[in-house]
Ligand binder design. Structure first.
Ligand SMILES: O=P(O)(O)OC[C@H]1O[C@H](OP(=O)(O)OP(=O)(O)O)[C@H](O)[C@@H]1O
Ligand SMILES: O=c1cc[nH]c(=O)[nH]1
Ligand SMILES: [Mg+2]
Length: 214
């Protein structure tokens, strides 16, 4: 597992701004910070992709260089995943894309809930590299359900899962059920509250990016 916050970088400032209850009042900055973190993860993940040699022609000669062999398929979970997804698209110009509509069903008294999934659109993913991005990994149920739903479109060669803030419990949940995936996490928080929100976390990422749901 790759954890951005384990080393010092500008990424930690962007994550700090996402968490800051004053700065996050500005939804444009909130979305832009998610996008910037998407760009940073895209760069980090690009180091683990497959490359091919091409020869390019400059105005003065030719040069052999390494370029990505096959663009990864970018998968995102609505709504909060959209700005993070845009960050990936900024770097992976020709990627195909998949979108999943998922949300938490009604909570019962024990704070249990199932994830409802009512929309999925995807290209064929057989043998391709997938990058699933969603800024929050709280219980881990959304991303686990999204990943397994994607498998009806083919078996990917490799799946990368990206999350900006994850809980320790969520990490345990997904690594136990998605052992074939590689996880790329911004920062890991210790707790979930009784509504299964990450503490300290940042709040509701979808609402902060796009406004409260009615
Ligand atoms: O790990 P989990 O416990 O499943 O929680 C994480 C999910 O919660 C958030 O989405 P939310 O359901 O709030 O939808 P939204 O993006 O539309 O606000 C987030 O973007 C994840 O998809
Ligand atoms: O802390 C959390 C948990 C789920 N979804 C969010 O947006 N935040
Ligand atoms: Mg939400």
């Amino acid at each position: 597992m790759f954890v951005l916050s384990k080393s010092n970088s500008i990424a930690n400032q962007f994550i700090a701004e996402l968490r800051d209850k004053n700065i996050q009042k500005d939804p444009m900055r909130f979305r832009r910070n998610l996008e910037r973190i998407g760009e940073i993860f895209a760069y980090e993940i690009s180091k683990s992709l497959s490359y091919k040699t091409i020869e390019i022609t400059t105005s003065l000669g030719t040069k052999e260089t390494q370029v990505i062999k096959d663009a990864p398929v970018l998968v995102t979970i609505l709504r909060a995943g959209l700005p993070l997804h845009q960050g990936f698209l900024n770097y992976f110009d020709s990627s195909e894309n998949a979108f999943i509509g998922a949300y938490r069903g009604v909570h019962d008294l024990k704070e249990n809930f199932e994830i409802e999934m009512d929309y999925i659109s995807s290209p064929d993913i057989q043998g391709k590299t997938l990058i699933i991005c969603d800024p929050m990994l709280a219980t881990g149920k959304s991303v686990e359900k999204a990943y397994h739903a994607m498998l009806r479109f083919g078996i990917p060669a490799k799946t990368h899962v990206v999350s900006v803030v994850a809980s320790q419990r969520g990490i345990r949940y997904v690594t136990a059920r998605m052992s074939e995936c590689r996880f790329w996490i911004g920062d890991i928080d210790p707790e979930l509250n009784t509504k299964s929100y990450i503490v300290p976390g940042l709040g509701d990422a979808g609402d902060l990016a796009f406004g409260e749901k009615n």
